[in-house]
Design a protein around this ligand. Structure first.
Ligand SMILES: *[C@@H]1O[C@H](CO)[C@@H](O)[C@H](O)[C@H]1NC(C)=O
Ligand SMILES: *[C@@H]1O[C@H](CO)[C@@H](O)[C@H](O)[C@H]1NC(C)=O
Length: 366
């Protein structure tokens, strides 16, 4: 009897193995419950894609002291160490992600990071030295073709439907006009400009949804006027304009997501309150284990807010703090690994007031 049962269970195992085999049709096999992560956006999420395009030193962080703490070498991340998508991948039990444009990128079934420092939702934002959001979408579509080849249609569709699509975009669209002498956007009213940014982001969301994407993660824009960079310039008018743009953008983004949830079949999202996450830490650093909230660790001038970290940009002189863990900002516009980890935790498992209507953990488990 025992022997018989043993034989049967052997058959069952064999049968199950055969089933899995046939389901994969000799393609790469997608592991059960495997949830991929696709990352789109700007320098907050760029793990080094800009290293592989014809970029400029303003949109590059592939030099010391970037990467000094965790990686011990400059990877292209705009931080002393890891960035938010690195932590999210870790919490989701995915490996650390190689940037999509890295020649050795092969992580197909784990997802991909397309983010590019300096990128905006508008094609014109820092055009020429970044991969804008629409171009990131094109890369994503190329990858879908490859996934269908490697996994077969059915499994590729499963992967795309289960995956989480994470965005950090918009900051550069509002900052770029001040960085250029053309001052293009001033030919639009502020409301029109916000509509354009949100409109272009919406196009990309809808395209991903059309290609099978269902679970999306977003974050509100941080209080841009309170980064070390504008503080150093002390341009009150610019700070005020950025403040208004950010508030309009965040409101419009929240509204459009509620609308998309009604319009798009199966669309679910997480919206993290980055505005508060960063604002809180700038104003009350010690509450979160920091010594300094306003000044950057790396840079020069007031608040080390001049964008010179590493000495490869326009201004060559820079100072570097001893311990980035004590700072919210690593350079004049980008958080330290310590801050990024706190943000990622809030995005992953935060409560409704931090991250809603779903947090990322729930999205990954859906
Ligand atoms: C890279 O950018 C520089 C400066 O913008 C330009 O002169 C050059 O032609 C570009 N190279 C390529 C391969 O696009
Ligand atoms: C997208 O941005 C372009 C400018 O790059 C603008 O002309 C267009 O109207 C925007 N599209 C939407 C739907 O807002």
């Amino acid at each position: 009897m025992a022997a018989l049962r043993f034989k049967y269970s052997c058959f069952l195992v064999l049968f199950a193995a055969l089933l899995i085999q046939t389901r994969c049709h000799g393609h790469l096999c997608l592991p059960e419950k495997h949830v991929a992560l696709f990352v789109f956006g700007d320098s907050l999420f760029d793990a080094g894609n800009n290293n592989y395009i014809n970029s400029t030193s303003d949109a590059l962080a592939n030099f010391w002291p970037y990467g000094e703490t965790f990686f011990k070498y400059p990877t292209g991340r705009f931080s002393d160490g890891r960035i938010i998508p690195d932590f999210i991948a870790e919490y989701a039990k995915l490996p650390l992600m190689t940037p999509y444009l890295h020649p050795a990128y092969r992580q197909y079934t784990d997802g991909a990071n397309f983010a590019s420092a300096g990128a905006g939702a508008l094609v014109g934002t820092f055009q020429g030295s970044v991969v804008d959001l629409h171009a990131q979408l094109s890369y994503f579509k190329n990858l879908i073709g490859l996934l269908r080849q490697k996994l077969g249609d059915a499994q590729a569709t499963t992967l795309l439907g289960r995956a989480v699509y994470l965005f950090s975009i918009g900051t550069n669209d509002y900052v770029a006009p001040y960085a250029s002498s053309r001052r293009g956007p001033l030919s639009h009213s502020r409301e029109e400009y916000v509509d354009m940014v949100i409109g272009n982001l919406t196009i990309v969301i809808k395209e991903i949804h059309k290609n099978g994407g269902r679970k999306f993660g977003f974050q509100s824009l941080p209080p841009l006027g309170f980064l070390p960079s504008p503080r150093a310039l002390n341009l009150i008018a610019v700070t005020e304009e950025l403040r208004t743009s950010v508030i309009l953008h965040n409101k419009a983004l929240s509204e459009v997501l509620v609308k998309l949830e009604r319009q798009l079949n199966g669309f679910r999202y997480s919206m993290a309150n980055m505005y508060n996450f960063l604002g809180e830490r700038i104003n009350h650093p010690s509450k979160y284990g920091f010594k300094e909230g306003k000044s950057a660790c790396c840079g020069i001038g007031p608040y080390r807010g001049i964008y010179s970290c590493g000495g490869k940009r326009l201004v060559k002189k820079y100072e570097l703090c001893d311990n980035p863990r004590e700072y919210v900002f690593f350079d004049s516009g980008h958080p330290t690994e310590m801050a990024n980890e706190q943000f990622a935790k809030l995005m992953w498992s935060g409560t409704l007031k931090d991250t809603g209507p779903y947090n990322l953990k729930t999205l990954f488990e859906l």
